[in-house]
Design a protein around this ligand. Structure first.
Ligand code: SAH
Length: 225
């Protein structure tokens, strides 16, 4: 079975969005992966299909109701797929998670809106909270696309050149080395001589040293342990 993504959202029109272009869009039309959306409002309460209510304890904003969220979630056959809730309080999303999920049957992603989702449904349905960056979005839709984009590009046959995926930032705990292309001199800036030398061992050593240097300078947290 191919990788199956199901996204629960109040804005299904936001999909496939960025997932519908380029190689992921091609892979989608070739059925290497599938994408379904579920409109959460279809499970809303009363004639107005209410999905949210005032926060218990008071305060600003609205909270998504657990009964509505659970009804939407329970309408989906999980088929052993992880159930994710993009959330600023979640574990930071990593390449390792993308690798793990790309090796599995797919993902079910519930997109929050407003102030978020009632805590009880997160617990009761065993939702995994995932954060896509230390900044607050309007809703989970862009986060869901980010998670799916990083995951689906790792599926076999989606990227033309599988090797390039393995040499990228994060794959071995280091950031990528700087890249250069033509022209050789641009605005007086030269391409590093070693890259023009044709000596593959030297090029590899230079790239490795640059990766370590950049990671130390910009993301020392990646070098810990
Ligand atoms: N009041 C919440 C933010 C709500 S933003 C808080 O302070 O934590 C509305 C929804 O957008 C969230 O429920 C979540 O689904 C999504 N979202 C916002 N920022 C996100 C982030 N950095 N990572 C993942 N999802 C995010």
């Amino acid at each position: 079975m191919n990788f199956a993504a199901t996204v629960l959202t109040l804005y299904p029109e936001a999909f496939p969005g960025a997932l519908g272009v380029s190689l992921l869009g091609k892979a989608l039309s070739e059925k290497r992966w599938s994408l379904d959306t579920v409109q959460i409002r279809d499970f809303g309460d009363g004639p107005h299909h209410k999905v949210d209510d005032a926060p218990a304890g008071g305060g600003a904003g609205l909270v998504m109701r657990p009964d509505v969220a659970a009804a939407a979630i329970d309408s989906v056959a999980l088929n052993n797929r992880p159930l994710l809730f993009p959330s600023p309080r979640g574990k930071p999303f990593t390449q390792a998670m993308a690798r793990e999920w790309a090796a599995g049957p797919g993902l079910v992603i519930f997109c929050g809106r407003f102030e978020g989702l009632d805590e009880r449904v997160i617990e009761a349905r065993g939702m995994t909270e995932v954060c896509v960056g230390d900044a607050v979005l309007m809703g989970g839709e862009v986060a869901a696309q980010l998670i799916l984009e990083a995951t689906v590009r790792l599926l076999p046959g989606v990227l033309g050149n599988e090797q390039s995926a393995l040499e990228e930032s994060f794959e071995d705990g280091l950031l990528e080395h700087p890249q250069y292309t033509k022209p050789r001199i641009w605005e007086g800036r030269d391409t590093p001589e070693v890259l023009l030398s044709g000596d593959h061992a030297k090029v590899a050593a230079w790239r490795k040293a640059e990766r370590v240097r950049l990671t130390q300078a910009r993301r020392p947290d990646l070098l810990k342990d």
